[in-house]
Design a binder for this molecule. Structure first.
Ligand code: NAD
Ligand code: UDP
Length: 319
């Protein structure tokens, strides 16, 4: 039975990864400090015989010596606030978890000869001057702004992975994840799909920031989780940085209109100021993921939004 550590297990991606691993027969050690995660994301798992749950901060150095982590074979290091709303409210914690927290997890990997996947981000490209973005593009990140605590910390986390891989032969793998969504996002997450769908269902104004011409490329969570599993499994992904995202690119205004249409909502689309340093475009080149993993996404935005709207509706009815 493979022993797997998932950090950020109570979060959006972490809870999906945890459930997938349990289904595959792994023993999952779930670590989370509940800064943005929710207990209910792991509800029903606590009595599972192959599930161990630790409320812990991975930025705390004592995490390295935890008895429960002895013998781990794989580490999915997903802990970090991901929504601009949350990481900008906790910049120091965000810097810590992605830099020193990543180092702690690499240390655990080194001691146990475990493979480690680090969840980096498309934000590593900043406000890109090259479009679309392949892994070879080195990015355009502003170090002096409200997004820097996240973007630069992820970049330094990648550097720790590079050093542990080259100096200590840790089997580190870095994924740069592009905007991923599903109804697993909290209603108050603040990211665009969560906001638009919640607003459309409640009949509230749909808040487009700026004129809505900025673009993003949205990946449904099932496609993402499948990719993360492949990255962990495939030796070809070791020592590599790989973009994981859906290359279909949409203007944010188009997304607002699509959500309104699919939710059959009477909401009004309104405009609010564009946040500072908001990237103007974002679209992944996924040739490397195709080549190394044999992966590409299958669920397009319209289908993913239909599922998301349906699940949010069911949740509202249940509450
Ligand atoms: P999320 O906020 O839903 O989940 C993050 C989890 O990490 C939460 O449960 C939180 O409580 C936990 N956490 C934060 N700091 C911690 C710490 N110091 N110790 C222990 N646990 C801690 O975010 P998500 O969308 O699930 O993102 C997961 C990972 O993927 C993050 O590293 C994020 O940067 C990365 N990522 C996500 C996206 C996306 O679109 N979802 C895009 C790019 C990168
Ligand atoms: N956005 C928006 N309205 C919202 C939330 C976000 O127009 O209610 C925009 C935001 O300005 C950005 C895009 O949607 O251009 C994606 O934002 P999100 O916070 O989801 O992720 P980002 O890719 O910016 O980290």
């Amino acid at each position: 039975m493979t022993k797997v550590l998932v950090t950020g297990a109570a979060g959006f991606l972490g809870s999906h990864v945890t459930k997938e691993l349990l289904e595959k027969g792994c023993h999952v050690i779930a670590v989370d400090n509940y800064s943005t995660g929710k207990e209910q994301n792991l509800s029903g798992l606590h009595r599972h015989e192959r599930f161990t749950h630790l409320v812990y901060d991975v930025s705390d150095p004592s995490v390295i010596g935890l008895e429960e982590l002895r013998g781990v074979e794989q580490i999915f290091h997903l802990a970090s606030p991901a929504s601009p709303k949350f990481y900008q409210a906790a910049p120091m914690e965000t810097i810590a978890v992605n830099t020193i927290g990543t180092r702690h997890m690499l240390e655990v990997a080194k001691r146990n000869q475990a493979k480690l996947l680090f969840s980096s981000t498309s934000e590593a490209y900043g406000d890109p001057e090259v479009h679309p973005q392949s892994e070879a593009y080195r990015g355009n990140v502003n170090t002096w702004g409200p997004r820097a605590c996240y973007d630069e910390a992820k970049r330094l986390g990648e550097v720790f992975c590079y050093e542990y891989h080259h100096r200590f032969q840790v089997e580190a793998k870095v994924v740069r994840i592009f905007n991923t969504y599903s109804a697993g996002l909290r209603n108050d997450d603040g990211r665009v799909i969560s906001n638009f769908v919640t607003q459309a269902i409640n009949g509230d104004d749909i808040t487009v920031y700026g004129d809505g011409s900025q673009t993003r490329s949205f990946c449904y969570v099932d496609d993402n989780v499948r990719a993360l599993q492949l990255v962990m499994e495939k030796d070809e992904a070791t020592g590599e940085i790989i973009n994981i995202g859906n290359p279909a690119e949409y203007a944010i205004l188009e997304v607002a209109q699509m959500v309104k249409r699919l939710a059959e909502s009477d909401s009004v689309i309104t405009y609010m100021p564009l946040p500072q340093d908001d990237p103007k475009v974002r679209r992944p080149v996924i040739d490397k993921a195709k080549r190394l993993l044999g992966w590409e996404p299958h669920i397009d935005l319209e289908e993913g939004l239909r599922r998301t709207i349906q699940s949010y509706r069911n949740r509202l009815v249940a509450n």
